[in-house]
Design a protein around this ligand. Sequence first.
Ligand SMILES: O=P(O)(O)O[C@@H]1[C@@H](OP(=O)(O)O)[C@H](OP(=O)(O)O)[C@H](O)[C@H](OP(=O)(O)O)[C@H]1OP(=O)(O)O
Ligand SMILES: Nc1ncnc2c1ncn2[C@@H]1O[C@H](COP(=O)(O)OP(=O)(O)OP(=O)(O)O)[C@@H](O)[C@H]1O
Length: 475
Amino acid sequence: MDEGKMDENEWRYHGEGNKSLVVAHAQTSEEIFQHLQNIVDFGKNVMKEFLGENYVHCGEVVQLPLDFVKQLCLKIQCERPESRCDKDLDTLSGYALCLPNLARLQTYQFAERRPILCVEIKPKCGFIPSSSYVTHELKHRVCRYCMHQHLKVATGKWKQISKYCPLDLYSGNKQRMYFALKSLLQEAQNNLKIFKNGELIYGCKDARSPMADWSELAHHLKPFFFPSNGLASGPHCTRAVIRELVRVITRVLLSGSDKGRAGALRSGPGLRGPPVCEASPFSRSLRCQGKNTPERSGLPKGCLLYKTLQVQMLDLLDIEGLYPLYRRVERYLEEFPEERKTLQIDGPYDEAFYQRLLDLSTEDDGTVAFALTKVQQYRVAMTAKDCSIMIALSPCLQDASSDQRPVVPSSRSRFAFSVSVLDLDLKPYESIPHQYKLDSKIVNYYLKTVHAKDATVMSTRFKESEDCTLVLHKV
Ligand SMILES: O=P(O)(O)O[C@@H]1[C@@H](OP(=O)(O)O)[C@H](OP(=O)(O)O)[C@H](O)[C@H](OP(=O)(O)O)[C@H]1OP(=O)(O)O
Ligand SMILES: Nc1ncnc2c1ncn2[C@@H]1O[C@H](COP(=O)(O)OP(=O)(O)OP(=O)(O)O)[C@@H](O)[C@H]1O
């Protein structure tokens, strides 16, 4: 074992079974500080560049008294969801990341006295890979989210399949976006949360305690959307309030002129996958009605969804094309472990790191440099596929027209709003083998269950139509 880890003060009790006593090595304070500083630098030097100044809040590393951290951990322990309690909080280093509260308006510096609504969406991956390294043709037709749903339900992560498909949300087509948002409201999973004045009023705190009562949600939202009229309660009112919410969120998601350099990532038409996912109930119903597939992405270029999608598309080769390149880097590091630092695997995430991400070439010249660039791009893309968007809305006074804050109208009120991204820490290099295995597990499960079933239905239908044609010929 590493000599540097032979200090008993850096080890602590972890747990025990019948035969084993488990102790764990704590990272040194210095390592934790560096890890947190890397998160801040990655936000500043990479994500702010790609997504734009106003959407990204990097925060700062702060040092806290250990007593305060310990007391805080004790205080909040009972509120933590059971499923997350296997993770210990770091009470040893004294370092923490201090971020603004993104459930509040980020455009207004003064303490907000007005009520605030915040909608958090984790949109996930919004495109279908077109990479020629993909081995299952199905991956060119059905998106990862929709396939993954089946595995998640089978393993008990969620109770039922969601109708949400990220491609609908990222389509820029209002009808598809409404459908996506309504589907999130029906089955929020970990993709949607709604907070009122910082308190969770809708969405899952824990997989085991989903909250999904639309009439209760409408009760919370009514004063925001119908402030002065006595709209009757009941299903009609609930529908009206939900409709307003969905419209406002769609408008906010399509808004924005914030500059960012995601344009530098625009991929050629050949690299784009199909605009719809075959598993989305929206596109299925269009197909049943014999309608054409909807238009390709109409997202305005300034909006956060567009920029996030561009960053996600840094995953040019798909995990199937990327994994052999990861292995190439691994082999190199096995031979020259000291090079890990030069290759900037664990940072620093500086301007030079950012610049290398802009090289979108897919011509493999067999070098470690090429493999490394693709690996780093993949990590950044994965981060963008797992981040969340926070939309904070606060009702405007009817006469508050003079200030410059962005405002979104609903039919009976107006809201000042801000949009931010969270969870922007770069995915670790070490997670790539896991991604590779998970990808094949997701696809194989889908092929084995859903796709096989669909194929049976299709072939039955095909036989029926053949029989039908034969009968017609006879006549
Ligand atoms: O792999 P996925 O798509 O399931 O994403 C994981 C998320 O699951 P989801 O599909 O959103 O329910 C997963 O979400 P939960 O913690 O399950 O809510 C994490 O965000 C995970 O990231 P990390 O490993 O904690 O950094 C995510 O892992 P990464 O793949 O982003 O590393
Ligand atoms: N700056 C913030 N302001 C307000 N809420 C926040 C902020 N940061 C995080 N949260 C809340 O805490 C939740 C968890 O945060 P975050 O997603 O960053 O954690 P994580 O461990 O990286 O999660 P994941 O499992 O998705 O990787 C978010 O979904 C959000 O509701």
